[in-house]
Design a protein around this ligand. Sequence first.
Ligand SMILES: [Zn+2]
Length: 629
Amino acid sequence: MKNLLIYSLLFIAFKTFASSTLNTDSLKSKDPIIVHIDLTAVVEDKVPVTVNPGRFELDSIIYRLPKVIPGTYTISNFGRFIEGLKAFDYSGKELEVNQIDLNSWSIKNATELDKIKYLVNDTFDQEVVGGLGNEIPFSPAGTNIEEDVFVLNLHGFVGYFDSLKNNEYVLDIKSPATFTRSSAIKHSALKSGPIGRTITTTYKVPRYFEIMDNPMMFGNIDVEEFKVGNITVGLSVYSPNKIHSASSIKETIFEMMQAQKDYLGELNTTARYDIFLFLSTMGEGAPKGFGALEHHKSTVVVYPESLPAQALATSMTDVVSHEFFHIVSPLTLHSEDVHYFDYASPTFSKHLWLYEGVTEYFSDHFQISKGLIDEANFYSAMLNKINTSRSFDDIMSFTEMSENVLESNYSKNYLNVYQKGALIGMCLDILLREESEGNRSLLSLIKELSMKYGINKPFEDDKLIDEIIRITYPSIGDFFNTHVIGNTPIDYDVFFNKVGLTKKESKIETNFVMNDGAVIFKSDTEKQVIRFNGLVKDNSFWNDQGVLPEDIVKEFNGELVDMEKAQQQFMKLYMLQPGAEIEMKLERDGEEIIIKTTAEQSYTTGVTLIPDENATKDQIDLRNSWLKG
Ligand SMILES: [Zn+2]
């Protein structure tokens, strides 16, 4: 998964994170589990679902919805969105059901169980506060039930019986015939309703994991299909106000995936890849957790609809390329914790540096390697990650954080996997190229490991780093032991020096919310207000308007600023373009100050990386290997 960076930064600035096994194996029915989801019978945004398993042989069984799903590192509790769960026997009589926790229901006399019925509420509706940390599923993992569009992250609709996770599922989805139906898996049957107003689409998947791994989008959506080499790409877009379309985004995705395929070489595996893009109005009932979640053959992306076309294109390149690279890890290369994922009480792998960090690094590195961006852009992306990583605990062991990621003192640092995690990838890449005189790289190492392990062959979590050290160099071992397992901060200058780069201060473009990766606002939890912080002096636009540190932001463009909604409100400020009107009401020492002006490009002083004029040939060779390899 990946969060839209600015959204994460605002979250860090304004919020503190909220915090927060049974294995009653049932029986051995080999029958498929038949599920009906009726999108034509929605009442108050709730969808009726019927689950019909085969005959059980045990007296008591447990039906669960996932507490956590793979690729996310927070608690989702999809059981909370289920209402009125009832079980019926073969004569239609109700069986006794006891809810044993948020996500699990125990059913007595299971030998008599014919079917289970319940209603599903959507998660997007409940995103009042924000997309992260409040145990509301991250939007790209969530569900939407609305007249004109359904986001079918199926793990929000369909559960599992502990011992039947490997049984086949037959899934019937009934929808209005006018809907466009988009899915990464092919349907096995189609049936029209009696007067042609509805259509029932049947899908078959071999096990519960594939229910989770195959999201769908049904409704008034816009779909384009195109080829990138031998991969068929499906791009499904929901833009409620028709601001963006699949055809307007297609070119960006094509160029990006072409470059990714080139970069991966023989590593790319899938024949079809689907991108489901849901654009949010950010209003009530609309999703507010921006970013994406990966699957083997698809990704679900949620962004604000109001992003200008260019910003949407850049964000799609950053985030969708990240999700596509997840095909390499963790989807192909992963540990046993990921392979035997326990949806009710998962254990976590030590290797978020690999799953999220290396993935994120590749999503930047392929862009310079394949010429989508220039050197200055790539350096600024790396420097930005260094700046942003400073918002997190730099002396926390990465492997320890990873293994305990659901616990609050570690979960607060989770988002650093996209910052420091990627920088760990950068350092490993430079070291591997240096040691091998340009013959090996991080990508070639990951390829080696992917050959040995794979989709069906997990590695042992505790042995991976030792194995990497064994097949590489002692310096790689030192790096892991000191900076990934150990808690010593990385001195990035050492690595920039290896590739003959040096730092220089200069004037750089920024926006109205940040200076070069650092947010210029803070929350005052005591007074329940948002203030400018000390960095505002270095933001040319606000400085020119006479804004001072500690000024309270009372109103922005006519809207009262509210702690609960600050993350969304400041997203709007972030997206503001030079030339737009801006009106802000501030408070300083009890006095009201009004700023009413036209927004102008803002600048700040930042550090840039430039080639060192005195670099040796070895340093330049290593830099060329790094940037062009
Ligand atoms: Zn990710």
